[in-house]
Design a protein around this ligand. Structure first.
Ligand code: PGA
Length: 241
């Protein structure tokens, strides 16, 4: 696992965007796995600038997002469908039909999960997966558990995650308690992983991810086993490394 240190959030975001841009230049019809949350917002801004400067073309790119809340309307400003459209997709030339986010309102959630896996496989798998990390070590919505969940699945959200995400809602009672998430195997089968982290809240999770024992209680620690994983970490989150 490689660790790239950045002096600040802007530098972390630029490095991540440079890697995504390189991937798209190398393979214009690549499959990107993308993440939501505060962490990748700067990377999306950089990529939008690069697109506007004609440095990168997303017209043949396919995107699969990591996760989505259950029982939240897609038009709700807190849904990840809304987040991706409003923070990234609407500013670039990716084709709508090539963007994929699990449907947390599907009638048959198990079938939705199986179908998501099928769609990723039919596209030949993910070339580059971008990850954030929860303060509890989650990746996607793979929460600390007694085992690693393999494929796309229904998740009951951890209390720490509900608490962390309540900052986006009017009250904690409004935060969805379940979600669909790509599984650990789905993520690990990506040909390349980059995990971004900034801020002191992530110090412990980053330390355990990079230096700790591989353990489903720190789901991100599994990426130690990935043959092509890079953590891009800003200096406050890297304090214990
Ligand atoms: P954040 O979330 O980027 O908003 O800190 C990351 C995550 O929970 O995976």
């Amino acid at each position: 696992m490689r660790i790239i240190r950045a002096d600040n959030y802007e530098e972390m975001s630029k490095k991540a965007a440079d890697i995504v841009k390189s991937q798209v230049i190398l393979k214009p019809d690549c499959v990107l796995g993308l993440a939501t949350g505060d962490t990748p917002l700067g990377m999306y801004s950089e990529l939008i600038n690069m697109y506007e400067n004609k440095e990168v073309d997303f017209s043949d790119v396919t995107i699969f997002n990591l996760d989505e809340y259950c029982k939240l309307n897609r038009e709700n400003a807190q849904s990840y469908f809304y987040y991706m459209n409003h923070n990234f997709f609407k500013y670039i030339n990716v084709k709508k039909k090539n963007t994929h986010i699990p449907n947390g309102n599907a009638k048959d959630i198990d079938e939705e999960c199986r179908d998501y896996e099928r769609q990723i496989k039919n596209k030949g798998g993910i070339d580059l997966q971008v990850l954030g990390i929860g303060a509890n070590g989650h990746i996607g919505f793979n929460e600390p558990a007694i085992n690693f969940e393999a494929e796309t699945h229904l998740v009951k959200l951890d209390e720490m995650t509900i608490e962390a995400n309540s900052r986006f809602f009017n009250s904690i009672a409004e935060v969805p308690t379940s979600a669909i998430s790509m599984g650990i195997k789905t993520i690990m089968q990506s040909r390349m992983l980059i995990l971004l982290a900034n801020g002191e809240a992530k110090v412990d999770a980053i330390f355990k991810t990079a230096k700790g024992k591989i353990n489903p209680k720190v789901p991100a620690s599994i990426i130690q086993l990935h043959p092509n994983a890079t953590i891009i970490v800003e200096k406050y989150a890297a304090k214990l490394l």
